[in-house]
Design a protein around this ligand. Structure first.
Ligand SMILES: Cc1ncc(COP(=O)(O)O)c(C=O)c1O
Length: 443
């Protein structure tokens, strides 16, 4: 058996077409991660790298938690796979019951997917089918939001509002409109937590609904906190208004909680944190702490009940994935929920959030920084764009931070941070001081 490092260096980099990556830059200068434990990765050149991003906003319980590892290993030996259609296996039911018990309001049904993108497409399809089954089949439009990120399926990019994710891919879904985003640095720059200004932006939904007529609109989808676009925190009162307007017009409200779900804000879900319960929620990532791919749609009981008509032997919803509720993912998910509870991860996130906030905001005044935003264990540091070179400053910061042993993430010219919920104060200090050291050295 060749030693691992020799294997990595002789690997051919070319066949792998990497996702959302500058392939040529990467392959000229690879950044490979080979091990992970707790708050740290190990790089292929043997360095410890502090994880400031929970992988990709997903490893909320930290890396390599022994309970989760053991559950996956055990299940792999017991049963690899069971058909997902017209058959079942106990763990899928057990996990759904556990999830259902922790959901807010009248959300209590679980439809499994394998990713956030699939969860979004699933929720959109459920919304369309729900209205049709109820005899309101004219409700076919969706309303998303500028700068929204809902994954990369055709449904997700249609309701999403990130230009680069849309412009290459044709007309996408028909009948989609977008509300304005909530980023308002003139009024809200350097706000700690939720911004004061901007609740009135939700009134745009009323305008759009009036334009198309409520009877044509199936659902509104938003991220309660927009993550991948660069951390946009909802203004105070904004989500409440969206809830009010959608309810008034019989429109379903979908919260995309792929990032905010499972403790990121110091509460189980953003719906709990904000006290606003949607009709459906999409999740992924933290549902298994990133260990096995899984996503889900959580739906209100009355949505499910609406489908439970017709003959008993008829399939009620013609939708699902081969790997919906995969045994390894369910085993990982159940163990993850145990770990979150036993190790108090959500509570820890809430407890350390004020320290996180003050540490991030200490970067105010650092070269290039034009705004800092935070909520729970999410942070956004916006840099002034280098004239004519969008994204360059943030990307160079990312590369230098990696060299210094800290993994951060950037989107546009925004540094987006989302560490595992087990982060300690000294590790927060290290992330912040690394960024503070690097920024003055960047052009
Ligand atoms: C809010 C939101 N929705 C959907 C997705 C897509 O999830 P996935 O990459 O698992 O398809 C993401 C991924 O970052 C996300 O942040």
């Amino acid at each position: 058996m060749p030693d691992d490092n020799a294997r990595l260096t002789t690997n051919d980099m070319q066949p792998f077409w990497m996702p959302f990556t500058a392939n040529r830059q990467f392959k000229d200068n690879p950044r490979l991660l080979v091990e992970a434990k707790g708050m740290y990765y190990k790089s292929h050149d043997g360095r410890e790298v502090l994880d400031g991003t929970a992988g990709l906003w997903c490893c909320n319980a930290g890396h390599g938690n022994p309970k989760i590892v053991e559950a996956i290993q055990k299940q792999a030996g017991v049963m690899d796979y069971a058909p997902a259609f017209q058959m079942g296996h106990p763990l899928a039911f057990e996990f759904a019951s556990r999830l259902s018990a922790m959901l807010p309001g009248n959300l209590d049904k679980v439809f499994y997917t394998n990713s956030g993108s699939e969860a979004v497409d699933t929720a959109l399809k459920i919304a369309l089918a729900y209205h049709r089954v109820r005899g309101e089949g004219a409700r076919t439009r969706f309303i998303g939001r500028e700068r929204g990120y809902h994954g990369v399926g055709f449904g997700g990019i249609s309701v999403g509002g990130i230009v680069t994710n849309r412009k290459f891919f044709g007309p996408m879904l028909a009948g989609v409109d977008h509300m304005p985003h909530t980023h308002d640095p003139k009024r809200n720059a350097y706000t700690k937590g939720q911004p004061e200004f901007g609740a009135e932006l939700a009134d745009e939904l009323e305008r759009i609904v009036t334009l198309h007529d409520p009877s044509t609109i199936a659902a509104v989808i938003v991220e309660p906190v927009a993550g991948s676009t660069g951390v946009l925190i909802p203004p105070k009162g904004y989500l409440e208004k969206l809830r009010e307007i959608t309810k008034k017009h019989g429109i379903l409200l979908i919260f995309d909680e792929v990032i905010t779900g499972f403790g990121r804000l110091g509460a189980p879900f953003a719906a709990d944190y904000f006290g606003v319960v949607p009709d459906m929620m999409t999740v992924a990532k933290g549902i298994t702490s990133g260990t096995v791919p899984m996503g889900a749609v959580f739906a209100a009981g009355d949505i499910y009940d609406t489908f439970m008509t017709g003959p008993d032997n008829a399939i009620e919803l013609f939708h699902g994935y081969t790997y919906s509720g995969h045994p390894l993912a369910c085993a990982a998910g159940i163990a993850t929920l145990d770990v979150y509870k036993e190790e108090r991860h959500f509570e820890r996130a809430a407890e350390i959030a004020p320290y996180w906030q003050e540490a991030l905001h200490s970067l105010k005044g650092t070269k290039h920084v034009v705004d800092i935003r935070n909520l729970g264990l999410i942070g956004g540091i916006e840099l002034e764009t280098r004239p004519g070179k969008p994204t360059a400053r943030a990307f160079e910061t990312f590369l230098k931070a990696y060299d210094k042993g800290v993994l951060i993430r950037t989107t546009g010219d925004i540094i987006a941070l989302s560490p595992p919920l087990i982060i300690e104060k000294a590790q927060i200090d290290r992330i912040v001081s690394t960024i503070a050291e690097i920024l003055p050295t960047i052009d």
